[in-house]
Ligand binder design. Structure first.
Ligand code: NDP
Length: 448
């Protein structure tokens, strides 16, 4: 049995109850086969694959807080510090009832490679809680965030581990957590990113993941003699990533005709009204039914199991921006039948392994989230730089750096795929390019 297969078997045995983590490890290790084969002796004797699939540490803790009725509630908090070979741990905090250890580990593992791809000095980590922010008052959100940070603050710091936002964690939650960190630790430092502008946040961080997704998609099209001009795009999600992906797509001349949330989806043949969408989802935190009610051209569809939702709509480009495993094999078949040319992931692992393979085998250009959504964490690293030098850059400066980073990521993953004879396989290219840098740093730093 080869080294990759041995480690896959070992990881499967040790983490049998963590399907998302196993999915992420299987995808990455399978695409690394040519690199591992070329360096087998070195990697095997240093147990590189065993070390890279085992987090540095896993923190799991109780988060008690008091709701508006005076009742004590208890959630479970997580922080997985996966790998800090190339910089302090960095990765978001997810607040969603589906959160469990396997999901946080899959996200932390992916983050290691993604952060490496940005070319910035950041290691990989991820955290969160099974707390559901939906329907909670601002005071309840604050109570939860303060309790969460009361424990988490023992393990993080500007040079140690710098968490950020993710599903369910936006500027409001980051603000409450930053305040609590400062109160307990007594230091004013860049310990979180995604902060408000008045206390150390970076311009363009809010837009960064969605904008970055479109910059890399634009470069992909350009390098294939095409552009975004006049293209029809299907987007899923209606959160931070989706909203700014839609905005940038429109600025670049494309028409986005769909978006979705956890209960339903919108088809708007005139093109999504992004200002209205922001008002409904960002400002009012309401459902998409409100968007449909305010917009004549929009059709609202309830989410139904077994239906393709936004992926049933004819489009040139699909950008999944909601959550993991939201685009399966049947959705992929529908998209291919409808003539989709490119799929770029705004969310983390939104496409199942089978769907990814189907796209790749049917001539669809596919860029995985590790590369395509790296603009968020890259701009978080730019926020860390600004915090360290106690300066704020202009929106244009940050946006230009972001664009440059995304264009470079595209060329790095394209080159890595070509180097190993897999031209056009951007999943392999992303995994290989991200992996090589981390492994070189691990080898240089000795056994730890
Ligand atoms: P938000 O919480 O802002 O938005 C998430 C969106 O996805 C919402 O529209 C939400 O619907 C929908 N959604 C969440 N869970 C489900 C589900 N189980 N089924 C269907 N729809 C769901 O999160 P973000 O936009 O920040 O994150 C979206 C994705 O992008 C995640 O995979 C995240 O990890 C990834 N990502 C985010 C980055 C960032 O900078 N924010 C950076 C890199 C990756 P509803 O409104 O009903 O909750």
């Amino acid at each position: 049995m080869g080294y990759v297969d041995e480690v896959l078997e070992l990881v499967s045995k040790k983490n049998a109850d963590q399907p998302e983590f196993l999915q992420a490890v299987t995808e990455v290790l399978n695409t690394l086969r040519p690199v591992v084969d070329a360096n087998e002796e070195l990697y095997r004797s240093n147990a590189i694959l065993e070390r890279i699939t085992e987090p540095d540490r896993v923190l799991m803790f109780r988060v008690p807080w008091v709701d508006d009725k005076g009742q004590v509630q208890v959630n479970r908090g997580f922080r997985v510090q996966f790998n800090n070979a190339i910089g302090p741990y960095k990765g978001g905090l997810r607040l969603h009832p589906s959160v469990n250890l396997g999901i946080i580990k899959f996200l932390g593992f992916e983050q290691v490679f993604k952060n490496s791809l940005t070319s910035l000095p950041i290691g990989g980590g991820k955290g969160g809680s099974d707390f559901d922010p939906k329907g909670k008052s601002d005071r309840e959100i604050m109570a939860f965030c303060q309790s969460f940070m009361t424990e988490l603050c023992k393990y993080i710091g500007a040079d140690v581990d710098v968490p950020a936002g993710d599903i369910g964690t936006g500027a409001r939650e980051i603000g409450f957590m930053f305040g609590q960190y400062k109160r307990i630790r007594g230091t004013y430092e860049g310990v979180l990113t995604g902060k408000g502008l008045s206390y150390g946040g970076s311009l363009a961080r809010t837009e960064a993941t969605g904008y970055g997704l479109l910059y890399i998609t634009e470069e992909l099209m350009k390098c294939h003699g095409d552009s975004l001009e006049g293209k029809t795009i299907a987007v899923s999600g209606a959160g931070n990533v989706a909203i700014y992906a839609i905005q940038k797509a429109q600025q670049l001349g494309a028409k986005v005709v769909t978006c979705s949330d956890s209960t339903g989806w919108i088809y708007d043949p005139e093109g999504i009204d992004v200002e209205l969408l922001r008002e409904v989802k960002e400002v009012k935190r309401a459902r998409l039914t409100e968007y449909a009610a305010a917009r004549k051209s929009a059709e609202y569809h309830e989410k139904k199991n077994g239906e393709h939702g936004v992926w049933s709509v004819k489009c040139d480009i699909a950008l999944p921006c909601a959550t993991q495993n939201e685009l399966d094999l049947e959705d992929a078949k529908q998209l291919v039948a409808n003539g989709v040319k490119a799929v770029c992931e705004g969310a983390n692992m939104p496409t199942t392994l089978e769907a990814t393979e189907y796209f790749q085998n049917n001539g669809v250009m596919f860029i995985c989230g590790k590369a395509a959504n790296a603009g968020g964490v890259a701009t978080s690293a730019l926020e860390m730089s600004q915090n360290s030098e106690r300066l704020s850059w202009t929106f244009e400066e940050v946006d230009a750096k972001l664009k440059n980073i995304m264009v470079n990521i595209y060329h790095n993953i394209d080159d890595a795929a070509k180097r190993y004879g897999m031209e056009g396989n951007y999943v392999a290219g992303a995994n290989i390019a991200g992996f090589e840098k981390v492994v070189n740093a691990m080898l240089a730093q000795g056994v730890y």
